[in-house]
Design a protein around this ligand. Structure first.
Ligand code: A2P
Length: 333
């Protein structure tokens, strides 16, 4: 098997460091790694794969070397500028920012859901929003079987989704300090406000869930509404997902469909208090589904509780899994 060269851009950040952990765990066939960040951390050293790596500054000539894949998580403006530069030099960029997600030329991929879209890439593949990824893992098998016609998302999102600054706001807030990242205290609070507000009254996070769901499922007819909420949890997003189907379903069969779908762990034994929890999802790459019950207010609908580690499945693990699939496609062609 050929060995590939992989760059990690934003290697010192919260997602970037998790890229490194997941790369160590999933063991891709890689010859050389290049770890990049801004001038601020250039020259600093990182332990990775049992070796010491020196962080390089990301510049316009960073991709002049022989690099096959670049995993980017260094913010939207860095991706906007540097992803096309990398792509023009033959690198396939897997980008964790929102910069390219809705570009019609850029596939938006969850490997369990639409891996074949990877083949459409023209040098950039986008990693969806963290809240969208875990929802897609749970919804795709149900969409295939029963055709989803309407979705109501309500999210309970961890502070790690807002980076180190979000994490510190909760940590310091629990000690009584004022917030620096969020507009209100997050300790002992819920903020119905993630990303900026848009003219339609929704937040950008809510509209990302709406638009990305339609793009990933290749179905613009699905009606979707979302309320996204930041909660005082350090890690893992929890989501209530209400689905309405076109077709009728049998609840036991629907549970079997979910059980047999890739990437899902069912935790659904309410009598024994078993349901997905943020603290058990944290540190894993799976999507946990439970509280599976019929929505008795409609003809054919179901409620799900879906939990996943937002930094792993919602970002780093999903991106590394895309790289794994990309390499598998290259190997088979
Ligand atoms: P650095 O540590 O040098 O600032 P987070 O999402 O946790 O804030 O991390 C952002 C990541 O993106 C960090 O690795 C950061 O590097 C990197 N980054 C931010 N701006 C740039 C830039 N202009 N060029 C390269 N990397 C950047």
């Amino acid at each position: 098997m050929k060995k590939y060269n992989v760059a990690v851009v934003g290697a010192t950040g919260m997602v970037g460091r998790t890229f490194l952990k997941v790369l160590e765990e999933l063991k891709l066939p890689v010859e050389n790694y290049y770890l990049m960040a801004s001038a601020r951390s250039a020259g600093s050293k990182v332990e990775f794969m049992g070796k010491e790596y020196v962080i390089e500054e990301l510049t316009e000539s960073s991709f002049d070397k022989d690099i096959d894949i670049a995993l980017f998580s260094a913010g939207g403006s860095t991706s906007e500028k540097f992803a096309p530069i990398a792509a023009s030099k033959g690198v396939v960029v897997i980008d964790n920012s929102s910069a390219w997600r809705m570009d019609p030329e850029v596939p938006l991929v969850v490997p369990e859901v639409n891996p074949e879209d990877i083949l459409e890439n023209k040098g950039i593949i986008a990693n969806p929003n963290c809240s969208t990824i875990q929802a897609m893992v749970a919804m795709k098998p149900l969409h295939d079987k029963y055709k989803i016609k309407r979705v109501v998302y309500s999210t309970y999102q961890a502070v790690s989704g807002a980076g180190l600054a979000g994490w510190q706001d909760l940590e310091n807030g629990l000690k009584g300090e004022a917030p620096k990242k969020f507009p209100h205290p997050i300790a002992n609070n819920c903020l119905p406000h993630i990303d900026v507000f848009l003219p339609n009254g929704y937040t950008k996070e809510e509209m990302k869930m709406v638009n990305e769901t339609r793009k990933i499922l290749h179905d613009d007819s699905i009606r979707i509404t979302a309320t996204t909420v930041r909660v005082p949890v350090f890690n893992s997003h929890s989501e209530s997902i209400n689905l309405e189907f076109e077709k009728q379903f049998d609840l036991d069969e629907l549970k079997e469909v979910l059980k047999n779908a890739p990437g899902i762990v069912i935790q659904d034994d309410p009598e024994n208090n078993v349901y997905p929890l943020a603290i058990t999802a944290a540190g894993t790459n799976e999507t946990y589904v439970g509280r599976i019950r019929r929505d008795e207010s409609v003809e054919s609908g179901v409620n799900l509780w879906v939990v996943a580690d937002n930094i792993r499945k919602g970002a780093a693990a999903n991106a590394v899994q895309i790289a794994q699939k990309l390499i598998a496609y290259w190997e088979n062609n």
